[in-house]
Design a binder for this molecule. Sequence first.
Ligand code: PRX
Length: 655
Amino acid sequence: MSANKAKTHPIPITATKSAHVPDMDAYRQLVAEAEADYSGYWSRLAREFLSWKTPFTQGLDDSRAPFFTWFEDGTLNVSYNCLDRQVERGLGDKTAIIFEADDGQVTRIDYRELLARTCRMANVLKARGVKKGDRVVIYMSMSIEGVIAMQACARVGATHSVVFGGFSAQSLRDRIQDAGAVMVVTADEQVRGGKQLPLKAIVDEAIALGGCESVANVLVYRRTGGAVGWNASRDRWLHDEMQAQSPACEPEWVGAEHPLFVLYTSGSTGKPKGVQHSSGGYLLHAALTTLWTFDLRPDDVFWCTADIGWVTGHTYITYGPLALGATEVIFEGVPTYPDAGRFWKMIQDHRVSVFYTAPTAIRSLIKAAEADESVHPKRYDLSSLRILGSVGEPINPAAWEWFHQHVGGGHCPVVDTFWQTETGGHMITPLPGATPLVPGSCTLPFPGIAAAIVDETGNDVPNGQGGILVVKKPWPSMIRTIWGDPERFKSSYYPPELKGCYLAGDGAIRDAGTGYFTITGRIDDVLNVSGHRMGTMEIESALVSCTELVAEAAVVGRPDETTGEAICAFVVLKRTRPSGEEARQIADKLRHWVAREIGPIAKPKDIRFGDNLPKTRSGKIMRRLLRSVAKGETITQDTSTLENPAILEQLAQKN
Ligand code: PRX
């Protein structure tokens, strides 16, 4: 069987011209270099790409596996590498960030000014008692200030934990508490799609829930001037604080393994995991992948549409592009406001040359363009585009082809980048000058990444046969541990049966001919809805915490044309099973409940009520059957082990 049925796209001539990795031979040479001397390969790159205060003497240390370290005795500062270095290279006047607000207002900031403001903010952190190793939670809108907050933490050696602005007070509280944060940086409000949404009020609510006693200060960026509650002993306006500080701040030199950030993501159990990343290894891969995968050039205008609350925003907004001295666009709003031509208009206005977005956005913009010609990309001048990228979920070949044809004019390579919060940067991806493209395939491992496909016992499976995606060797930007839970790190990513391989949690298949990888989806209880990662258990816990109504709940994913996957919840109520209007009302109430518990992104699209759930005689919920029911399939599987087979028919009924 061939995994890649779609046609191959040859490398466009525009992409090969002086690309950083200019052809397949160059790619193979890098792969061979890594194979011949793995630690030496990464060490060479770490010396070339990063400025070290104290040079390291050893690359990989695997003596405490799976707690691997890289460049451990070297010291550096991440913010120095992103900002001071550019000014010292003569790029002080170069635009670092072009910020476009929700209402279209544009603000530019050059490297010199970005450094000065980062220093002021770093001095604020110090003045408010934040020390090296302290954790700072950042709950911010998309803004230059959000990037400055992250860079300022890096400058003083504090570990940031950015929480996506769409998470609820409860989720924010859990993250503040788990990280033991000493400070929260937020904004009064955020603006998205013409609406003002609270941020500071949610921070207040999170802290009021209790368990956040570690938080001594809340810094508030004034975005809208909307009314906010104020606790005079704890809350400070960021602009007041920054004004009082000097625009110079000596960086705190930290060891390469110093935790740059902890970012929470969903796993198989109910509790999100704090993925801990390093400083040196992480920054190396952020810079290297930004350069090679996007074939970045000095005059490029790079735009990654992700939010800084997710890993894509960390690596491809805050760190990778700045470490290379690039010019990047940051967007506050949503792709459909004031209309679904917003992305195309922004590419046109800012002469964006490298555009990196998510399949969900592409799919929804295809729908919009098909319904309304005036927001079709052909209505805009997109001639500045050179490279397109996709991230976060599988991109279906039809969306790939549309993106390539209508946005890229048929001549821009589309790099389908596979990676994860845990991997820090791209793992499997085409390189524009080197890799012929196949829609739907993320093609080949980034040079030096030992991606492979194995069976349940860790043995290689032949190409053409599906299996479990693993990484056989540790790499510099890998997760170091789960914050506060090293045992969970070991059991989640290094299960003994996989013989020392990193378990990604995805299934994959390699093409029998080309060896290209295609990701077939998660093999655990993790869902991917609009590129947002969520655990089914998290949503189940949220539902059953509505103790007044819910007796039992099971959550599964089902394929969705626009969002990739949709959340489907099967619920047993404490009262009799409702129907009709009443069922719809209760379903709405539960959706609202989940939004309050986790955030609006976790709302189930479909909620079905049953007298019971399909269980085996030993009481285990048969999720496999629920997945079929959610998809609307006729059950052909054997149901003889079920205690109550009739329940399936009941659950198949929509409200
Ligand atoms: O299932 C894979 C999917 O997203 C998961 C990682 O999600 P997260 O940690 O939130 O990081 C998203 C941004 C990197 C993976 O385990 N995924 C990510 N990129 C792709 C993908 N699935 C298919 N193709 C991709 N290019």
